[in-house]
Design a protein around this ligand. Sequence first.
Ligand code: HEC
Ligand code: HEC
Ligand code: HEC
Ligand code: HEC
Ligand code: HEC
Ligand code: HEC
Ligand code: HEC
Ligand code: HEC
Ligand code: HEC
Ligand code: HEC
Ligand code: HEC
Ligand code: HEC
Length: 307
Amino acid sequence: MTVKNGIGILIGVLCLLLLAICFGCVKQRPAALETGEVAQPGEAATVKTVKAVEQTVSVYNVKVTPLTSGECAQCHMDQFTRIKKDGGKHVGVGCTDCHEVYHAYNPLKNNYAEIMPKCSACHDDPHGKDEAVQKCADCHADPHRPVMAIPDPSNIELQCRPCHTQVAQIVTKNPSMHTEEACSSCHSESHGRIPDCSECHENHSPSVTMNSPECLACHPVHEPLQIAYSGEVEKNMICAGCHDVPFDDLKTHQTKHSELACAECHPTHKELMACQDCHGDAPHNPAIHKKYPTCGACHSIAHDLRM
Ligand code: HEC
Ligand code: HEC
Ligand code: HEC
Ligand code: HEC
Ligand code: HEC
Ligand code: HEC
Ligand code: HEC
Ligand code: HEC
Ligand code: HEC
Ligand code: HEC
Ligand code: HEC
Ligand code: HEC
């Protein structure tokens, strides 16, 4: 058998095969379409109908769930951790609650600021209309930890008063050495820190140690000269720190006055009550009072009552 003969036979066989396939297809196709079967692998693409394509399963036929905050965190651990640890009330706000748009930064469009969340989307003038408190990022430097990132109070000294108008008024209307002090010299280090008086002051009396609440009971700190105190005998030692003579007199000359609090007779600082305020106008025979108009003529002073 020559090579030529061989090729001739091969072509003949191929032609028969092609015919056979063609006939087979024509015969089989209607059945396949009727039953809705998926087209068989051997079928020629050219004869597929539109109807057959519609039968193909869509790769988009799935429910897409948006990324959760935890999923954002898989790439943005830093922001996630900042909110989780120091986010304050923002721990209740998910990433996409704020970042409605993200992964949209385009240096050519220079659109960074534009696509970042705006505080005003959720907050409505939280500090009022004053010009000084409108640039949120000046103070809330990191939206992922809005309170923790507030800067050193001395940097926002000028803004204390627009926000704390009530305190500012008290301080201004009652001039004292504290009015001269910067708010942030007391409320230093971090916003809202309450100082101890002892950071700057000694006790009045070496024999009495006091803590700030006790100092504050006499000195409202923003108006420290509006001194007010109650009549407790234990407080006498405090007065004694500056008034040792009356204190010693009352102690040395024991009378019923020695059992009283200084403040019973001096209810506000520097106030002097009259003997009559407590003992009435005429504790003795009126004739005696007529002859000796002052009680002190016989009783000396209230602190010793020497006859
Ligand atoms: C309360 C709103 C808010 C929430 C909640 C929030 N972001 Fe942001 N985020 C912002 C703002 C505003 C900026 C723009 C800050 C700037 O301009 O400096 C920002 C910036 C970013 C940036 C840019 C880089 C950076 O740190 O400045 C990334 C990344 C980011 N956020 C990711 C997250 C992810 C992740 C979450 C959740 C874990 C999240 N954010 C939650 C408001 C928020
Ligand atoms: C597969 C990792 C990946 C995930 C998941 C991912 N990010 Fe990002 N994101 C990046 C990368 C990378 C950048 C660009 C580099 C950068 O700023 O850190 C980016 C940038 C950002 C930026 C700043 C620039 C811009 O165009 O917005 C924000 C805001 C942001 N992502 C928010 C989110 C939020 C919100 C989610 C979850 C809903 C999230 N990302 C999920 C990788 C991721
Ligand atoms: C998607 C809404 C949303 C956006 C945007 C948003 N916040 Fe908030 N923010 C909240 C919610 C909710 C609270 C909690 C309010 C509450 O409980 O009274 C809150 C609370 C706060 C608090 C108090 C936090 C605390 O722990 O006391 C500050 C400060 C704050 N936001 C600042 C900002 C700043 C600054 C921006 C802009 C960078 C901003 N927020 C953007 C929703 C948002
Ligand atoms: C000058 C600094 C400053 C600026 C500017 C500023 N804040 Fe504040 N903000 C503060 C301070 C301080 C607090 C009190 C934080 C605390 O509770 O210790 C605060 C508290 C808040 C609170 C919590 C409110 C409350 O009564 O507890 C929200 C919300 C808030 N700021 C949002 C904003 C937004 C929105 C802007 C921009 C319009 C803004 N802040 C501008 C300093 C500032
Ligand atoms: C943008 C407004 C804003 C500014 C600016 C601001 N504060 Fe406040 N401050 C607040 C808010 C809001 C609170 C929380 C009020 C509350 O919890 O009742 C607060 C609380 C305080 C407290 C009370 C803390 C406590 O334990 O009760 C002090 C003290 C204070 N601020 C001092 C200052 C001083 C000092 C400055 C200036 C250096 C200042 N604040 C600036 C808004 C502000
Ligand atoms: C000499 C130190 C000192 C100075 C100066 C000072 N404070 Fe105070 N402040 C205190 C102390 C101490 C307290 C706590 C008072 C208390 O517990 O009765 C306080 C409490 C506060 C409070 C919270 C309680 C309240 O009374 O509402 C605010 C707000 C406040 N100060 C704001 C200010 C502002 C604003 C200024 C400046 C105008 C200022 N302070 C100046 C020491 C000071
Ligand atoms: C950051 C420092 C500082 C702190 C904290 C402080 N003071 Fe003062 N205080 C001063 C200065 C400075 C003066 C003026 C000089 C002086 O008398 O020492 C002053 C003066 C006073 C005066 C006299 C006021 C006048 O006009 O004569 C009283 C009263 C006073 N302080 C009470 C207190 C009390 C009470 C506290 C605590 C609640 C306190 N101070 C906390 C700094 C401070
Ligand atoms: C029982 C009330 C009372 C108590 C408690 C008290 N003080 Fe005084 N303080 C006064 C009186 C009264 C004055 C005198 C005011 C005057 O000179 O008009 C005064 C004056 C001051 C002065 C002015 C400066 C001076 O020393 O002459 C300072 C500062 C002061 N007190 C700080 C304090 C501190 C700090 C505490 C707590 C350790 C405190 N006070 C506790 C009643 C009190
Ligand atoms: C920090 C020192 C200080 C303390 C503490 C103090 N005082 Fe005074 N007190 C003074 C000064 C200063 C004067 C004014 C003296 C003058 O005008 O000669 C004064 C004046 C007085 C006066 C009027 C004196 C007169 O001559 O009219 C009385 C009463 C008085 N104090 C009672 C008290 C009582 C009660 C206490 C305790 C609750 C007290 N003081 C605590 C410093 C103090
Ligand atoms: C029973 C009432 C009473 C008591 C208690 C009392 N005082 Fe007096 N004090 C007076 C009267 C009244 C005067 C005026 C002088 C007089 O007529 O005796 C006076 C005068 C003063 C004066 C001015 C004159 C002077 O002696 O320096 C001071 C200061 C004073 N008292 C401080 C004190 C102190 C401090 C205490 C407590 C340790 C105290 N007093 C307890 C009634 C009292
Ligand atoms: C705040 C009120 C008050 C003032 C002011 C006052 N006293 Fe008294 N006094 C008393 C009290 C309370 C007693 C004790 C009464 C009792 O136990 O029956 C007393 C007792 C006395 C006694 C008896 C003392 C004893 O140990 O038995 C004399 C005397 C006296 N007072 C004189 C005076 C004279 C004089 C003045 C003025 C310089 C004066 N008092 C101011 C409240 C006061
Ligand atoms: C002429 C001298 C004299 C005059 C003035 C005088 N007293 Fe007396 N007082 C006395 C004598 C004496 C006693 C009795 C002392 C004793 O019992 O130890 C006394 C006792 C008192 C007692 C104690 C009474 C009791 O029952 O224990 C009081 C309270 C008193 N005097 C208040 C006053 C007052 C207030 C004035 C001024 C309005 C005044 N006295 C004026 C001499 C005087």
